[in-house]
Design a protein around this ligand. Structure first.
Ligand code: DP6
Length: 334
């Protein structure tokens, strides 16, 4: 055994967000944070979380330059669990500094990139050298969408048959199908109800929740086939269906989960207008009011211009399908 307890290396890692085309909403096991349904996502290039982890005399957590107590508690609870399983002796104190180059907690998947980054950072800092499968299990403990950010391109996440582990599989790379993603940011306010709480509410109260579970596998397979065939129209149809079905489950929860605002509706309307004009673009939304538009490279400029002109759209962010999380550097600290 190495002296891993005493030598915490300073590390810098970067992890991209990912956007689910086929959505995860609902948990099979809250304790282990196992999803009730699989999901299929695209990993983004151009937006990222960068996390620095180093030894410190006391635990510190800085998010985008400021202390963030709620996220700090979640991050250190995660670090404690991972260290208890993989490390030895008491966990050394550490400073975690994490920066997103995109809005945090507004439905832009910052928990996915954040926990993918933290998982990799802890593994590299303590020199555990966990395999890809173990890293995915840990990332999932942090956030159900986080394992998908470990891989690039189009990524599928399934719950294994015995429901004991999740299984992450690459579906296609960024080179295989270099699509673009344009985000219409319609509000920078932090979301009112986090995903974990929202999923619990939907499972307990939405009359559509069981149907959501029952019809989900077919959507995953349809999306996977569409990607294999590079069939944009088929992928667009099932992507929008999965998004709207998830939001139907949310709307019908009690109290309702309404993540949309007027500009979200206007942006979706603009996408439908572009589709009517023959542009290859489709929309999706998560637990926030931003509208994410997947499109071909040829029409990405037009999509971005048109979304920027929608009333209520604050900013337009551009990304491409990209590579997964990675360690940038590791150095002996202290
Ligand atoms: C709507 O991964 O944020 O974005 O596991 O509770 O952290 P927790 O949830 P999270 O949920 C993501 C939900 C979604 C759909 C998706 O990304 O698949």
């Amino acid at each position: 055994m190495t002296d891993q307890n005493h030598s915490l290396k300073a590390v810098r890692v970067v992890a991209p967000p990912n956007i689910a085309l086929i959505k995860y909403w609902g948990k099979a096991d809250v304790q282990r944070n196992h999803p009730a349904v699989g999901s299929l996502s695209v990993t983004l290039d151009g937006l990222h979380t960068e996390t620095h982890l180093s030894a410190s005399s006391s635990d510190q957590f800085i998010l985008n330059g400021k202390p963030a107590p709620a996220m700090a508690a979640r991050a250190f609870a995660f670090a404690d669990a991972m260290y208890a399983a993989c490390g030895e002796g008491p966990r050394p104190s550490m400073a975690i500094q994490t920066d997103n180059n995109f809005p945090t907690a507004a439905g832009l998947a910052s928990s996915a990139s954040g926990f993918a980054a933290l998982t990799l950072a802890l593994d590299a800092a303590f020199g555990w050298s966990l395999g890809a499968d173990d890293l995915a299990q840990w990332a999932c403990r942090g956030s159900g969408s986080a394992p998908r950010s470990l891989l690039g391109g189009f990524v599928r996440l399934d719950l294994a048959q015995d429901a004991e582990r999740i299984a992450l599989s690459p579906v296609a790379s960024a080179q295989d199908w270099p699509l673009h993603l344009v985000v219409a940011v319609t509000s920078l306010a932090q979301k009112k109800t986090g995903s974990t709480e929202g999923m619990t509410r939907s499972r307990g109260t939405s009359p559509y929740y069981d149907q959501w579970l029952a019809t989900h596998a077919a959507d995953l397979d349809a999306a996977q086939h569409a990607i294999a065939a590079r069939d944009f129209a088929a992928l667009a149809e099932v992507t929008e269906h999965s998004c709207l079905k998830m939001h139907a489950v949310m709307f019908a929860s009690r109290p309702p989960l309404i993540y949309w605002n007027a500009a979200s509706v206007a942006a979706i309307d603009a996408v439908r207008q572009m589709q009517a004009e023959g542009l290859q673009a489709c929309f999706t939304m998560d637990a926030g009011p931003q509208v994410k538009v997947l499109c071909t490279a040829e029409c990405a400029d037009t999509v971005a211009d048109r979304l920027a002109r929608v009333t209520g759209v604050d900013t337009v962010l551009r990304a491409r399908v990209g590579v997964g999380a990675r360690v940038l550097d590791v150095a002996v600290s202290g």
